[in-house]
Design a binder for this molecule. Structure first.
Ligand SMILES: Cc1cc2nc3c(=O)[nH]c(=O)nc-3n(C[C@H](O)[C@H](O)[C@H](O)COP(=O)(O)OP(=O)(O)OC[C@H]3O[C@@H](n4cnc5c(N)ncnc54)[C@H](O)[C@@H]3O)c2cc1C
Length: 390
């Protein structure tokens, strides 16, 4: 087989890249290790920046999102149960869209199939070859047959545990990492949300987040220790903890119900530089991870592939390689700003095991400063809604 761009991974990065390339008249093939149902049902992010919404519009897969997604012009930040609204639209003129990653994924997979470029699901043993030369190729096994895909470029969109990042020689890679001493215990339930916008709560018992996927489906999180077992958290215990941490108003409005998904996720900040090696380009979680506090993971995947698709399209249009050469530096400049915001917002809202009374006073003082200062709220809001591509 031959294509112009071989894309490894059918997460948001890989699927959106293939659609952006299609719109620009560039051919691609997406190779995905898992089956379609697994990819579509993977519960993860749920908040889209306006820039991500614009990209989905650009590739013509925004219809269902606009019909079913919820536009949020603000969110609440609570300290020990008392909430203060951050007016995103008033402060920045922008909003965010609540629309689950599961739904974005389904829409993009449907678009691929509709354009007669279906994702190659259940592709095993993917290996990248000759990425430093002019004729890279990918080998893999599918339907019991060893296959080879020749291409001009390879896009490594295969997430944190994929094969693309390790295909860059270790001595050329530099990694930066912060592993947080806690995790998030998430619960998804078919009950109406306790509030029409998200509530991020800093409580002495730990962080909590009230979020949603739709007017009838809620997503809640509580900060938990890394060694917690999900079996020790029956639904009622989670609802009780949320009621305490989110405060009286949210508690009174909260509808409890059986969980349809429950999981514990560790929190990590991670960046691997550079994001390009020869004809291999990394995008999304393959190159960087953020703690979910700032809702940046999926949005960073989208901004990476926006830049990468522009660079590849420019190359095919005019032979100009500037975009390709500048991709890594340009993408990393935005990545680091989102890393900083996610790290800062995590530090502001969580309880750290080694937090002494002074550190707690600093956290409270910073929150109270934000509540009282329009300048501080604007800084928070402009990062939350997403910085420009630059
Ligand atoms: C448990 C969890 C919860 C999260 N919650 C949030 C949240 O609330 N908010 C937020 O903003 N972000 C969240 N994120 C982050 C967000 O979901 C990711 O940033 C986003 O999925 C990144 O997209 P991606 O396409 O780069 O990577 P992925 O979504 O990881 O996609 C990579 C794809 O590559 C495939 N793949 C891997 N290896 C191979 C291989 N060898 N061959 C072929 N295919 C391969 C994988 O199966 C997968 O389909 C969460 C992440 C996790 C893990």
């Amino acid at each position: 087989m031959r294509t112009q761009v071989a894309i490894v991974g059918a997460g948001p990065a890989g699927l959106l890249l293939s659609q952006l390339l299609y719109v620009a008249g560039v051919e691609s093939v997406v190779l995905e290790r898992r089956d379609q149902a697994y990819v579509e049902d993977r519960i993860r992010a749920g908040l889209l920046e306006q820039g991500t919404v614009a990209l989905l519009e650009k590739v013509g897969v925004a219809e269902r999102m606009h019909a079913e997604g919820l536009i949020h012009g603000g969110f609440s930040l609570a300290l020990d149960g008392v909430a203060h609204r951050i007016d995103l639209t008033g402060l920045t003129g922008k909003s965010v869209m609540v629309y689950g990653q599961t739904e974005v994924t389904k829409d993009l997979i449907e678009a691929c199939a509709g354009r007669d470029m279906p994702v190659q699901f259940e592709t095993a043993d993917v290996a990248l070859h000759d990425v430093e030369g002019d004729a890279p190729f990918v080998t893999f096994t599918r339907e019991g047959r060893a296959q080879r895909l020749d291409c001009d470029f390879i896009a490594g969109c295969d997430g944190f545990h994929g094969v693309s990042r390790p295909s860059i020689p270790e001595e050329l890679r530099r990694t930066f990492e912060r592993v947080y001493p806690f995790g998030w215990l998430g619960i998804l339930a078919d009950v109406p949300p306790c509030h029409h916008e998200l509530i991020y709560s800093n409580h002495e018992r730990g962080f909590a987040l009230a979020s949603m996927r739709s007017p009838t489906r809620s997503r809640y999180y509580v900060q938990c220790a890394l060694d917690e077992q999900i079996e020790d958290w029956p639904d009622e215990r989670i609802w009780d903890e949320l009621a305490i941490r989110l405060g009286e108003e949210a508690h009174c409005a909260m509808t409890r119900g059986p969980s349809i998904e429950k999981s514990i996720a560790p929190l990590r900040s991670f960046v691997s530089e550079p994001m390009r090696h020869g004809r291999l380009f990394l995008a999304g979680d393959a190159a960087h991870i953020v703690p979910p506090t700032g809702a940046k993971g999926l949005n960073l995947a989208a901004s990476d592939v926006a830049m990468l698709s522009e660079a590849i399209a420019l190359h095919y249009r005019s032979g100009d390689r500037t975009g390709l050469d500048e991709y890594s530096g340009r993408a990393l400049a935005r990545v680091w700003k989102a890393e900083r915001f996610s790290w800062w917002f995590t530090g502001l809202t969580h309880r750290f095991p080694d937090m002494d009374p002074f550190a707690r006073k600093m956290q409270v003082a910073e929150l109270e400063y934000i509540f009282s200062s329009k300048a501080a709220q604007t800084t928070l809001a402009e990062n939350y809604v997403g910085l420009p591509l630059a």
